[in-house]
Design a protein around this ligand. Structure first.
Ligand code: AMP
Ligand code: MG
Length: 487
């Protein structure tokens, strides 16, 4: 299985070296018949990899860890986590491996990571595997998020393994090759706090600072500055999600990245009709991770991070808690500011527009969208046509057009500019019915619809003729949408 690769691909083992207590050296399971299903050529180029090499049989085996370059040490990462509020002291990569890090063309260190690469010591009852549909789904949604300018892990490739995997039915197996600033999670800190001494926690924090928040190293109190930076990154990230109608679906602390990237596309989905209570995950029965709860959950998760970091904040626990509380106090203001700035852009208003005028205006609009079950993405995209004064095309979307027109008059009085609105309001998002259509075809062996959808989503803000079917809500008979975790 281990063989020197005749390619230029080489990995640094920075995480494995710096944090060996959190890294279990492990190897990917051999795939019987690896077939490259999709390769992200622009991302490969960003990483300094040659797409033609990755398309060869050896390149494909490299992409799934079946060929390990000399000197590389794939590892399963240990982490803990709160899942739906309940603490699990050991989660870890049950079906994933970190191959190592690559310095990309811009000099940034990026993780190359596998999902679906076989059982590891953290697999518990799981089979360690993944199937084609959900891995292509992560590819599609993460690349769409990236195209919309939202921080996210990226998808380099999906490789079919040639192995049938038992789910409700037998399904074709696959491995996703994922790229991220890092895979450090809130749960990584929770694990280090419980399973090591302060020295390990400090080493983990220093590693995270070095990779993501180097300015914190120069601050008067580096670990407070680090925590503040993570808070700010998460406030901004969740604001982005809210502004595009994204429901992550499984915001457990092990699925919150320290880098501020969206991570772990399991049961996520985009809303069609605006609905603050939107939940898609079949296991989220209490609606803990509903759309409107996401900012509160992010704050809750950051509080768990604070608990893990306490020994680094101050040696006196009471003082450490006071410092953590002070830092956490910034989250709500930062979130609201990021959200309002994004909402101003969506409404075509200048950044300088008065907050206390725009915030109530936006909230009244959202209440109308919710009441009328108006398609969130189409509404904002079409709103630019009303900036100049004619509202008919938009008011038709509402059950109470008069109420919308009254709202629109107040909005128009703020002199919205239609032109920049089309750079803030996507036309094309991964709509659930399109995603399902593409994945069903791909699972049956036809990648055509998937590839077309990937291409549409790569340029979300430019409306193109002939792509009308990608821009509208699901047909009535699509029904309500359910998603599944860990598949
Ligand atoms: P997730 O909900 O995908 O973030 O996964 C939560 C935990 O379950 C992580 O520790 C995963 O590695 C693990 N896990 C999920 N699916 C599997 C599987 N099929 N086999 C082994 N571990 C899994
Ligand atoms: Mg996870």
């Amino acid at each position: 299985m281990r063989a020197a690769a005749e390619t230029t691909l080489s990995f640094e083992g920075r995480f494995a070296r710096d944090l060996e207590e959190l890294a279990v050296p492990w190897q990917a399971e051999e795939a019987p018949d690896p077939q490259l299903l999709v390769l992200n050529e622009p991302l490969a180029a960003e990483l300094g990899l040659d797409p033609a090499e990755l398309r060869t049989p050896e390149g494909t085996r490299l992409l799934i860890g079946n060929l390990v370059p000399d000197g590389a040490t794939p590892v399963a990462q240990a982490y803990a986590g709160h899942q739906f509020g309940g603490y699990s002291p050991i989660l870890g990569d049950g079906r994933a491996l970190l191959l190592g890090e690559i310095t990309d063309a811009r000099g940034r260190l990026r993780d190359v990571h596998l999902k679906g690469s076989g059982r590891t010591p953290f697999a518990r009852a799981g089979d360690g595997l993944a199937v084609v549909g959900p891995m292509l789904r992560e590819y599609l949604v993460s690349e769409s998020m990236h195209a919309m300018g939202i921080p996210t892990t990226r998808s380099l490739a999906v490789v079919g393994t040639g192995r049938a995997v038992q789910r409700e039915t037998m399904l074709p197996g696959a491995v996703l090759t994922r790229v991220a600033g890092s895979h450090l999670r809130v749960g990584s800190f929770q694990f280090a706090r419980v399973n090591g001494d302060t020295e390990l926690l400090r080493r983990l924090a220093d590693h995270a600072i070095g990779r993501h928040y180097p300015a914190a190293a120069k601050a008067a109190h580096p670990y407070v500055a680090f925590f503040d930076a993570v808070i700010a990154a998460q406030a901004s990230l969740v604001a982005h999600w809210m502004l595009v109608g994204f429901v992550h679906g499984v915001m457990n602390t092990d699925n919150m990245a320290i880098s501020g990237e969206t991570i772990d596309y399991g049961p996520c989905a985009f809303m069609d009709a605006f609905n603050p209570a939107a939940v898609y995950s079949s296991i989220d029965q209490g609606g803990r991770y509903a759309y409107a709860n996401q900012p509160l959950i992010a704050e809750w998760n950051l509080t768990r991070l604070a608990e893990a970091l306490l020994p680094l904040l101050h040696e006196d626990q009471e003082q450490a808690v006071a410092m953590a509380v002070e830092s956490l106090g910034a989250f709500r203001g930062e979130y609201s500011a990021a959200w309002l700035a994004g909402m101003k852009a969506k409404l075509g208003l200048e950044a300088a527009a008065q907050d206390d005028v725009v915030a109530p205006l936006a909230n009244e609009l959202l209440a109308m969208l919710a009441e009328g079950e108006v398609d969130y993405t189409s509404f904002f995209r079409s709103l630019s046509s009303a900036a100049g004064g004619t509202t008919e095309a938009v008011s038709d979307l509402f059950v109470d057009p008069a109420a919308f027109e009254a709202w629109a008059e107040r909005w128009q009085a703020l002199a919205p500019d239609a032109e920049p609105m089309n750079r803030a309001n996507p036309v094309y998002i991964p709509r659930n019915h399109l995603v399902e259509e593409a994945l069903a075809a791909a699972t049956a062996g036809d990648l055509g619809p998937f590839n077309r959808l990937v291409n549409v989503l790569a340029d979300p803000y430019t409306e193109r003729p002939g792509l009308e079917r990608y821009a509208g809500p699901a047909p009535e008979d699509f029904g309500s949408y359910r998603t599944f975790c860990g598949t």
